[in-house]
Design a protein around this ligand. Structure first.
Ligand code: 5AD
Ligand code: SF4
Length: 481
């Protein structure tokens, strides 16, 4: 049998097609077959996560499944019996990192011949990447994708016990599965998926192909998860989706992100965040809800990508600079203390110096607290990858530097406004550099290092800011007023 017949391989063509069928929601689909129940006994797994919060949350599911199979977790590759890389495909450099790592890790097999290597996440959804791995990285034993995490017990059994190379990647999304185990990596802050996939199809982006079509979870499932987290002592939830503003559209219940946010706020959990927003369907109604509830945090990540209308058009972003500014102004008017962050891509095909200048002008207008800036990276199978990537690398890099110089200056300027102010900080723990100093985030998502006594992770404390740097604030804990 040919290799390709033995495996379930992803197909770019199939991933490009959207069907009208609604996703079904399953509350009991996941199970562990009897023969796999003790698969992990006496074994350790090492799991490394690349990319965005969706991947972080998926890794918590993967860890949950592995613990249910009896594995222990290790932070040292050398101790592991199973090394799993949960990968990101959003830019080429993310992929190169993983492929480089795969080459380096191979030598661990010399000291542990039974060591199993697995790849999952967005790279596993890419047809070309999977072919490359099969050809050039034959030591990889297991490949599975973002749509079939629930199959992990069966796939691991096949790879570990039957010792067969196992490749199973579904090109298309399946059900929304509600009964997957989860092992949360945080004790006080939790990720909560509210929807999966993306139907926006921005022309540069691989995500609609690697993560499938938009599928919302039911409000009652989300709310019961949040209530459970609150009972367990979690103080902050971040509602996750590739495009959270589209929440609920596929459920036809006349219930969208504003309604969901209000209901989550009414659970009384201390802090609520949500990401990622799309400016296209950021409604007045949503802004009102954010302003109404004090436990919805005044921090918004609103990717703009470019400050030029022609570029936005060929990016397929579906809004103009004027519309973006309108949403921005609306939020500023209703939430004067709201912090903003954004994503910007430089060097998109055909981007001229003047068009790049428009992006710099928009940064001057919005004065973002934080900007994640990226050099455009062509992704196979996306419409932009068929455009000529005609901005020379040196110019892309120079634009990135100029952009970052400007955005860093605004980060500092925004932080300086906090000098002498009193802020509320959710404590993560002692800071990495100094055990006497604690760190945590303000409501506006500013990282604060502060001194104080009797401080515990998970506390929400009051801190006076004494020094402001570009990326962090320093302060000292003060008694609550
Ligand atoms: N090249 C560069 N940056 C990209 N992003 C998404 N796709 C690409 C690409 N092909 C950026 C966008 C997005 C963020 C998560 O990554 O800015 O908002
Ligand atoms: Fe997340 Fe996108 Fe990267 Fe996938 S490709 S891990 S969805 S950022």
């Amino acid at each position: 049998m040919k290799e390709t017949e033995k495996y379930v391989l992803p197909s770019l063509k199939a991933a490009q097609i959207r069907t009208r069928e609604k996703a079904t929601i399953e509350h009991s689909l996941f199970s562990i077959p009897a023969q796999a129940r003790h698969l992990g006994a006496g074994r350790k797994f090492y799991l490394r996560t690349y990319g965005c919060q969706a991947n972080e949350r998926d890794s918590e599911t993967i860890a949950g499944i592995l613990f249910a199979l009896g594995f222990e977790q290790t932070n040292y590759e050398e101790e592991a019996d199973l090394i799993l890389l949960n990968t990101c495909a959003v830019r080429k450099n993310a992929e190169d990192k993983v492929l480089g790592e795969l080459g380096l890790l191979k030598k661990l097999r010399q000291s542990n011949p039974d060591l199993l290597f697995g790849i999952c996440g967005c790279m596993a959804q890419e047809e070309e990447i999977v072919r490359t791995i099969l050809k050039k990285y034959p030591h990889v034993d297991l490949i599975f994708g973002t749509h079939n995490l629930h199959r992990l017990p069966v796939l691991l059994f096949q790879a570990m016990v039957a010792k067969e190379k196992t490749v199973e990647v579904y090109s298309k999304e399946g059900e929304v599965i509600e009964n997957l185990p989860v092992h949360r990596f945080g004790k006080h802050k939790a990720w909560v998926n509210i929807m999966y996939g993306c139907d926006k199809f921005c022309t540069y982006c691989i995500v609609p192909y690697t993560r499938g079509k938009e599928r919302s979870r039911l409000p009652e499932d989300i709310l019961s998860e949040v209530l459970q987290l609150k009972q367990q002592g979690f103080r902050e939830v971040t509602l996750l989706g590739q495009n959270v503003n589209a929440y609920g559209k596929d459920l036809d219940q006349n219930y969208g992100l504003p309604e969901l946010l209000a209901a989550v706020a009414q659970t009384g959990i201390d802090r609520i965040r949500f990401t990622t927003s799309h400016p296209w369907d950021f409604t007045d109604n949503l802004v009102e809800v954010i302003a109404r509830y004090p436990n919805i945090m005044p921090f918004i990540h609103l990717p703009v990508q470019s400050g030029n209308n022609e570029i936005l058009k060929i990016m397929g972003r579906r809004y103009t600079v004027e519309q973006y500014k309108h949403v921005y102004d609306l939020i500023r008017a209703q939430l004067p203390n709201c912090a903003f962050s954004t994503d910007i891509i430089v060097g998109f095909p055909n981007e001229t110096e003047e068009q790049f200048q428009d992006t710099l002008d928009l940064v001057d207008y919005c004065q973002f607290d934080n900007v994640y800036s990226f050099i455009y990276s062509p992704r196979e199978g996306t419409p932009a990858a068929r455009m000529e990537d005609n901005v020379p690398q040196a110019i892309k890099e120079e634009r990135l530097q100029r952009l970052m110089k400007k955005t860093n200056a605004y980060s500092l300027l925004n932080n300086q406004k906090y000098l002498g102010k009193i802020v509320r900080v959710l404590v993560d723990g002692p800071s990495k550099k100094n055990e006497q100093v604690f760190s945590g985030y303000t409501e506006e998502n500013k990282l604060v290092n502060f001194t104080g006594e009797n401080v515990h992770p998970g506390d929400i404390v009051t801190v006076e800011i004494t020094q402001c740097k570009s990326w962090t604030l320093d302060g000292k804990m003060v008694k609550e007023a």
